[in-house]
Ligand binder design. Sequence first.
Ligand code: PEP
Length: 254
Amino acid sequence: MRVPMIIGNWKMNTTVSEATELVNEMRQELDQTGSVDKVICPPFISLTTVRELIKGSSIKLGAQNLYFTEKGAYTGEISPLMLADLCQFVIIGHSERRQYFNETGEVTNKKMRAALKVKLNPILCVGEKLEENEEGRTEEIVTEQLRTSLAGLDYLTGLIIAYEPIWAIGTGKAATAEQADETIGLIRHNIFELYNERAARDVRILYGGSVTAANTTEFMRQPEIDGALVGGASLRASQFLSIVKQTAETRRVR
Ligand code: PEP
């Protein structure tokens, strides 16, 4: 049974007081919207505050990144143990990490292992660049990223994957719903090959890349798409609420 999921990735936006304001603006309505898992991923420094604000609600909390070592002399890094104390989810392998911080597939794999060790649910991101898409290499790239990130790992219940074509992130140029559905179907097939039929049936695979209140329903109508990872539009309470509500209406539990 796959419950749809909407994740808000606030990226490097919001001060602690802005994060407080944003949560207060949407908390009640978000909490009351059922049949969708709602996760918000504020910057590290707001995790404690947001955790207090959503306490007792159905809203869940995630981090945007982690380091793969438990503790030690790694100035400025945040460890899996620190996060496990605060939240349930963590985004791993976001294309902005791969692109600006040179995170390789090997690093992503280490982060997956580190998250699992402390029982944090990883939200694994995969996606191709524009030129790779234009060269017809989407399948090859996504398969390679997926297999490297999951190398040596048993299937884990609760795994979430986000297909995020890089050319669609923050550009306002979303993939078409059919394109996203096709690639997500391919990811599901990879999970079948790597693990088994049950894993392929259970894994939630989301689409991410310029999702807004205007295109949500189109994506959620697709059979393979289990929700969305939302960047820009998650910073506006009314947009994010609308995305969550449309998802609840369109995409009943599968
Ligand atoms: C993201 O942050 O993963 C994302 C998809 O961003 P946006 O919705 O702004 O394209």
